[in-house]
Design a protein around this ligand. Sequence first.
Ligand code: SER
Length: 610
Amino acid sequence: MLHPAKRRGFAFYNACLYDLNMVSTSEIRNKYLEFFKSKGHTIIPSASLIPENDPTVLFTTAGMHPLVPYFLGETHPGGSRVTSAQKCIRTGDIDEVGDVTHLTFFEMLGNWSFGDYFKNEAIEMSFEFLTQKEWLGLDSRLIAVSVFQGDEDAPFDDEAFEKWKSLGIPEQRIAKLPKKNNWWGPAGETGPCGPDTEMFFWTGNPGEVPESFNDDNPLWVEIWNDVFMQYFKNTEGTFEPLKQKNVDTGMGLERVVAILNGVDVYAIDTFAPVIQKIELLTGKKYGDGDVDTRSIRIIADHIRAATFILGDNRGMAPSNIGQGYVLRRIIRRAIRYAKLLGFHKEFTAETAEVVIEMCSDVYPELKNNKDVIINELSAEEKKFSAALDKGLKEFGKLTSVDGKSAFDLYQSYGFPIELTEELSLERGFVIDKKLFEEEFKKHQDLSRTSSAGVFKGGLADNSVEVTKYHTTTHLLHQALRDVLGPHVEQRGSNLTAERLRFDFSHNAKMTDEEIKNVERIVNENIKKDLPVSFEMLSIEDAKKSGAIGLFEEKYEKLGNKIKVYSIGDYSKEICGGPHVEHTGEIGGITIQKEEAVSAGVRRIRAVLNS
Ligand code: SER
């Protein structure tokens, strides 16, 4: 019998030419790697989910991230053609997870050319893999593509356009779209980038496939992206041709497997057993109404992502900073959705066991790190569950939420403000954030010493020292821009109770004088005892306000708003917090070291003066 999800997906049509059984994820992964091996590519293993050499991102979000040096001319040990299935985490879509195409953790299939083949061959290979019977066998009449239309930075990609035409894709199925759609990279302010061509598959009734392609129609689902990395965006914001022309492609494995089976991503072989486990544990039927179905999907997605982060060989424990904070947030969100299902027992470890069981043959690190995964999940679940139950009960009694009640929920039950926001939205309450902020400030000293911790979800391990260092990094970031120029951007940050480490983009070693000036400016702003506050702004308003910071790291996004911290009039930066209330609390700092991290990235180490 078909899993109920099969009848609820975005596609009812089985697109695959061989349709006797469900196509498995392993089968498609193997086919992809085999195909590109037959085209002279070396199969390389998935890199860690936690980037080793790329401080511009928290997680590996695409197969190309670990490969950036090779686009710039380094020699890859596997040669000039490589292929992989890469573990990826994308948190930008966290609010959309629960629909039928977005996942937090997914595998990306990719093939790369480092100055080897370019547009013609890349497109030919993509088309062959998509349409030939021995590979995916998709019907080419249900395929549409898009190419870069050209602008002041780079011309229309007529080479890609002509290539698709020569392969039989009709002109009206080749959309010419702007940078917003058909351009990839760079991940940071500078780096390799270029136009891309995207491939879409019609997931509706094949008899109703429109003659022309319109990327607004959700039945056209993007399945593959071939990026032609031929430019380098430099610090002036202009696009220089790269010495070496590269190809970077990415295909979402789960999505393709779903399409081949005519189901949604949650019904494929690597997900269905997780869904079934959640059904079994909670007694809720998947497919029994949209609210429960969405909750089950969110739980399955988040526990799977948490299992892969904890099980990574460079794995992270839940914490309040960086990757650890994202991990904490997704575990807690899964727990909250279990409560929404009316389920109040522990479930995270048992659910993770299913993920470990199913995925360890391809990712043995999951089995090897099983104890860590299970113990960390259970500990986080215990920490959060009891308080959440009580808090939800309290919330249920409210008829409106103001700053004070939001703060009370936080203070008494470790209720993260995001959760209060989400619950309020569901009930049509509006939170007065100003009042919350005032209330929060009034009680800040109390909350600092309470076991609930400083901010965001009962963060007991967030020491006062780390908070001071965190605020210092904002001052440092701005001071570096003042002294070195506006090209300075954060590339990474690592805080402990003993020191801060701050990575930033800059091409030269800092002089002693520059270091002294930066240190002096930071200390002057500490002395001024500037007030620290935050406001919630839309991304657009945040940009308009001149806030600096990583706009891509949307994990701090609440609804459509992001949090922007101001330190007096001196600094404005996108950030989740926490921070000190006044800069005077920091006392003063000393820069101990300034050194290179990688090409164009410098690192500062600084300590608080005791
Ligand atoms: N980097 C491109 C993407 O993620 C292709 O791999 O879509």
